[in-house]
Ligand binder design. Structure first.
Ligand code: ASP
Ligand code: MG
Length: 411
């Protein structure tokens, strides 16, 4: 029988009523003839609560115990979902990650999936089980301990199962009804997209459109898993939600698919560092060792063998970066004049695969910002994305005017 993967996020399983509602949807797919693998998150708020308990008990916690604790929320919802389905006379069974087993690396709290053997579940499907309810977010390390896949990891669990079982589709049920051209809270003209290409979704996901865990999109792209994002609170139909798919499946699309933003960005500039081989490696090696996630990087032209180096990073990592560079300066590893920090910036990006073949998108974007009197501080581009760093107070204005200028409200 064809396999369908259905993933329910925290708000979709927040209480018994919602679990029943979700179970009914599963029942509909079972009636259509699918064997269904249901992936569940913890009830909403539950994982945060567990993380809080860990922090309170041990600020410098042992990551193995962190995983043992924070993975438990999913165990509860998996069991409850299986029981609910049984109450509806649907043959269902719950599985924790280790029982499948979903094999991962031993990088606790950030583990990566290595393999999902299909024989255990398939044997049960062969015996008449119609729904396997699997606890998302968790797996088993080579050392035999429970691991977790990072916050939002149930999305990645779902896509990995869809790939392993060659599912027809992976439906991600959440509290929004799809992927939008931008955040509807910022631009009321934001439009739900019927389809979006993997690569566009990847850019939007990593730029802070929090619908899907970025890694789940990477995985879906690699294994060509058809992903659908839809709301568990609205009526079900075959066209509901947004399909994240291969670009070949999208006949016609706008040059720009969406405008993304990331609010809490900071910019740091090292004034007057030596311009010679090895300097960038020292700076960014030091930041990386300190656990700083650097995003945009710009190096100025040099004068008299010295240059300025600018980069962006999340605001909550500024202190860490500052400390690391201080240490580097004081121990003589790096000589620079001054470290200038700007903590009031935001990143705004336009994304679209159409940019590969159409020119003028950057020029138009800069014109729009200039017409609004918004100063651009840093620019970076990729094949399908243009990002700018601007003062945070102009972020909403920038998003709205770009959405208008590229007419994203129109299909
Ligand atoms: N429950 C986990 C979290 O809140 C995993 C997930 O829901 O995707 O991050
Ligand atoms: Mg999520």
């Amino acid at each position: 029988m064809p396999v369908l993967v259905m993933k329910f996020g925290g708000t979709s399983v927040a209480n018994l009523d919602r679990i029943r509602r979700a179970a009914k949807r599963v029942g509909v797919e079972v009636a259509k003839g699918y064997d269904v693998i249901v992936i569940v998150s913890a009830m909403s708020g539950e994982t945060n609560k567990l993380v809080g308990l860990v922090d309170e008990t041990s600020p410098l916690y042992d990551a193995r115990e962190y995983d043992a604790i924070v993975s438990s929320g999913e165990n509860v919802t998996a069991g409850l979902m299986a029981l609910t389905l049984q109450e509806m006379d649907v043959p269902a069974r719950s599985w924790q990650g280790w029982q499948v087993p979903l094999l991962t690396t031993s990088a606790h709290s950030q583990a990566r999936i290595e393999e999902i053997p299909t024989d255990n579940l398939n044997a049960k499907f062969g015996e008449g089980m119609r729904v396997a309810v699997v606890a998302g977010f968790q797996g088993l390390s080579p050392e035999g301990r429970i691991t977790t896949l990072g916050r939002g990891g149930s999305d990645t669990t779902a896509v990995a199962f869809a790939a392993a079982f060659e599912a027809e589709r992976c439906d991600i049920y959440t509290d929004v009804d799809g992927v939008y051209t931008t955040d509807p809270r910022i631009s009321p003209k934001a439009r739900k997209l019927d389809k979006i290409a993997f690569e566009e979704m990847l850019e939007l996901a990593s730029l802070g459109a929090k619908v899907l865990q970025t890694r789940s999109v990477e995985l879906a792209m690699r294994y060509k898993v058809k992903l659908r994002v839809l709301s568990s609170f609205e009526e079900q139909s075959d066209e509901a939600g947004t399909l994240v798919c291969d670009e070949e499946e999208i006949m016609e699309s706008n040059v720009v698919a969406g405008v993304a933003y990331s609010r809490d960005e900071a910019k740091m500039t090292l004034l007057s560092v030596a311009d010679r081989p090895g300097i960038a490696s020292i700076i960014f090696g030091c930041l990386s060792d300190a656990g700083v996630n650097v995003d945009m990087i710009v190096q100025n032209i040099s004068e008299d063998g010295r240059t300025d180096m600018t980069y962006s990073l999340p605001t909550d990592q500024v202190k860490r970066a500052e400390q690391a560079l201080d240490v580097l300066k004081n121990d003589g590893g790096l000589n620079f004049q001054e470290l200038v920090i700007d903590e009031d910036v935001a990143k705004v990006s336009v994304v679209g695969i159409g940019m590969r073949s159409q020119s003028g998108v950057a020029a138009k974007m800069f014109k729009v910002l200039s017409d609004e009197g918004i100063n651009i501080k840093v620019i970076t581009t990729s094949e399908i994305k243009i990002s700018v760093l601007i003062d945070r107070k102009y972020m909403e204005l920038a998003v709205q005017s770009l959405h208008d200028a590229f007419e994203l409200e129109k299909a």
